[in-house]
Design a protein around this ligand. Structure first.
Ligand code: BDR
Ligand code: CA
Length: 324
């Protein structure tokens, strides 16, 4: 049976790849996409989500606009990483119309009370924190909550200790993690410890182009800027694609390993946005998070390629040779 999923996102280059993966997977039924400000201002994220749906021929999936600023902090976009249009300066044609009357928060509340549904959050947690305030009961109905964000042993990407999604709205992340403690559930934290190992390289991109020129060239268009950014920033040939791992983990949790721990998010000072993972139980609190620490990157790429290109593992005969 398919899992009903709401993707809460800020597209964004890697968010777009995550949406493409979800829409290509028979295990997932995307009931809606909700947009939060993050990589892009919320309206731009909405425009980009439409472009992805158009590419995937799935304009039937509804998109709802969410929060346009973090709870307390002044909003900072990440267009330096994702390009002026948030899609790697691909400047794809706009998709007209498609406005929804409900807000992201209203849609989430209504859906979660109506059907069994999980949420995969691949942007800042502002919409989810707002949902707790708006309709706590609805939030509590979330079957599984997966969040790309945070970092345990890996360094940050916005400060020495903080990852972007939680750095962008630390108050929201803190509220969501503390609420998980309150309701005795665990959020799945797909942080930089694992996503940093997911590097899309030129070889993998070239293989995508060979498998399907339409899909391959689209991915090439939206990732070129990201490749350049990673080269300038980290001297890396390739780009780290964080968000699709959250989708892949939902489809096949055996791709990653981790442990349960009480985790909270710092909101102040130079450590703002840092995830404090109490691996050694100093605080004697019940775990509210399942923190991922290991990833089998080859298994991830097999899954990504199998889904995006509708191939069996055997048909992807050279994939293994393209991964280190
Ligand atoms: C996260 O921040 C954004 O730039 C990406 O889309 C991802 O969700 C990685 O830190
Ligand atoms: Ca994102």
């Amino acid at each position: 049976m398919k899992n009903n999923i709401i993707i809460d996102c800020d597209p964004g280059i890697d968010d777009s790849l995550a949406i493409m993966l979800a829409l290509s997977s028979k295990e997932i039924n995307v009931v809606g996409i909700t947009i939060v400000c993050g990589n892009t201002p919320v309206q731009l994220g909405f425009e980009n989500a439409k472009k992805i749906l158009k590419q995937m021929n799935r304009l039937d999936v509804p998109i709802y606009i969410g929060e346009n600023e973090p709870l307390k902090k002044t909003y900072t976009d990440a267009l330096d990483t994702h390009g002026a249009d948030g899609l790697g300066e691909s400047f794809l044609p706009d998709v007209c119309g498609y406005e929804q009357t409900k807000t992201a928060i209203e849609f989430m509340a209504e859906t979660l009370k109506k059907i069994p549904c999980s949420v995969i959050a691949i942007g800042p947690l502002t919409n989810l924190a707002k949902l707790i305030a708006y309709d706590e009961g609805a939030f509590n109905q979330i079957e599984q909550l997966i969040s790309m964000g945070g970092n345990y042993r890996s360094h940050g990407n916005c400060s020495p200790v903080a990852e972007y999604n939680y750095w962008e709205d630390p108050e929201a992340a803190n509220i969501v993690y503390e609420h998980m403690t309150k309701i005795k559930k665990q959020i799945h934290m797909v942080g930089l410890d694992v996503t940093r190992k997911i590097v899309l390289t030129p070889n993998l991109l070239a293989y995508m182009n060979r498998l399907d020129a339409n899909v391959g060239s689209f991915i090439q268009k939206i990732t070129k800027f990201y490749f350049d950014f990673h080269w300038k920033q980290e001297h890396l040939i390739g780009c780290v694609i964080n968000d699709p791992l959250a989708i892949a983990y939902c489809i096949d949790p055996s791709i990653c390993a981790g442990f349960s721990a009480y985790t909270t998010v710092e909101t102040k000072g130079i450590t703002r946005g840092q995830t404090v993972v109490d691996a050694y139980r100093f605080y004697q609190q019940k775990p509210n998070a399942f923190v991922l620490t290991e990833v089998d990157h080859k298994k991830f790429f097999y899954l990504l390629f199998m889904k995006l290109f509708h191939k069996t593992k055997e048909e992807l005969d050279i994939l293994d040779t393209l991964m280190v």
